[in-house]
Design a binder for this molecule. Structure first.
Ligand code: 5MM
Length: 342
């Protein structure tokens, strides 16, 4: 492994206005998604759904990397090609979620710490053999009465840094994802403050553990009011506070920032990303969306083979819209044209 190789992998994922498809829903999360469309979450249905996404013709124009789940990286497309090999053949970098989930943080009610460090060195070695060239670890920071505590922020930053160091040792680019949830009723100012505290702790830990920032990607939340807040900020305010916060806290040599969508609607996630890129920063500002790339496709599919084409069209459209947003060239009228043509 060379440091340049890690840097090149990170750069490739976000080159040419591309972003990441987060298709690493764990078994519990994908069951929730399938429940919402009335589809049973069997191993074959999960494979068929991922097959639909990954075989979408032209997705590689907009998607530079796909995050897989442990089960998915061991599965294959309809023609028998392992998913990781299929993606790599399209020039899409295969990635893998390696955390084992956010678990209750002992003695800190309402907070979580993400687990998965035990045995990680060996798992990374196997994932690399299976084709993974980047990884993801998601820490969850919850806003509430008296939380997040510094203890929670620091425990999660510490785990992210240890994970990142192990990834780099294995020749795998770590995506560090410290997600400040947007589920509460807090103001945008509170999200701004908590995101700042979280990023300060994260980069202090990464420096302390000698992680080479040029061989990492950051996956943050946007600075946004909680879903339950009566005063929702404008797109312009979300964009300017997000870029300002990142400029204050993220070193400019980080090769890319890929936002999570966090429960925003598909179009809202695209519109905010577009506004963010109209301001811009020293890093590529792209996406690593799960729900905001898949929601329409999932609904269009509904578990029916006859709907695969329509679902692929929905997925390709969202990928294209987000890639345009990375270029700051998205317009609301592009969404309306597609809706009208359906
Ligand atoms: C796709 O969902 C990912 C896995 O979630 P679980 O571990 O809870 O099953 C998730 O980490 C995702 O990558 C991020 O939350 C970003 O997805 P969204 O939907 O927020 O863009």
């Amino acid at each position: 492994m060379s440091w340049d190789e890690l840097y090149e992998t990170a750069r490739t994922i976000v080159a040419d206005d591309k972003g990441i498809l987060a298709a690493d829903e764990s078994t519990g999360t994908i069951k929730k998604r399938f429940d919402s469309i009335g589809v049973e979450s069997t191993e074959e249905n999960r494979r068929a759904y991922r097959n639909l996404l990954f075989t979408t013709a032209g997705m590689e124009e907009y998607i530079g990397g796909v995050i897989l789940y442990d089960e998915t990286i061991r599965q294959a497309a309809d023609d028998g090609t392992p998913f990781a090999e299929l993606l790599a053949s399209k020039g899409v970098v295969p990635g893998i979620k390696v955390d084992t989930g956010a678990k209750p943080f002992a003695l800190f009610p309402g907070e979580t710490v993400t687990e998965g460090l035990d045995g990680l060195r060996e798992r990374l070695e196997e994932y690399r053999e299976l084709g993974a060239r980047f990884a993801k670890w998601r820490a969850v920071i919850t806003i509430g009465n008296g939380i997040p505590t510094d203890a929670c922020i620091h425990a999660n930053a510490h785990a992210l840094a240890r994970y990142a160091a192990l990834c780099q040792e294995a020749g795998i680019v770590p995506i560090v994802e410290p997600e400040v949830l947007m589920d509460a009723d807090n103001s945008i100012e509170t999200c701004d403050e908590v995101t700042g505290r979280t990023l300060i702790a994260l980069y202090a830990a990464l420096y302390a553990f000698d992680v080479h920032l040029r061989g990492t990607l950051l996956k943050p939340n946007m600075v946004i009011a909680g879903k339950g807040s009566p005063s929702q900020a404008s797109t312009e305010q979300v964009a300017s506070m997000t870029v300002h916060n990142l400029k204050r806290h993220v070193p400019s040599l980080v090769p890319g920032i890929v936002f999570l969508s966090g429960g925003q609607s598909e179009v809202q996630a695209t519109e905010n990303l577009n506004a963010i890129n109209r301001i811009g920063g020293p890093w590529p500002l792209s996406y690593s969306y799960g729900r905001a790339l898949q929601a329409s496709a999932l609904t269009a599919w509904g578990g029916e083979a006859a709907n695969v084409e329509a679902a692929q069209a929905a997925f390709l459209h969202r990928a294209r819209m987000n890639s345009l947003a990375v270029a700051g060239q998205w317009e609301a009228s592009l969404e309306e044209q597609v809706a009208a043509s359906r």
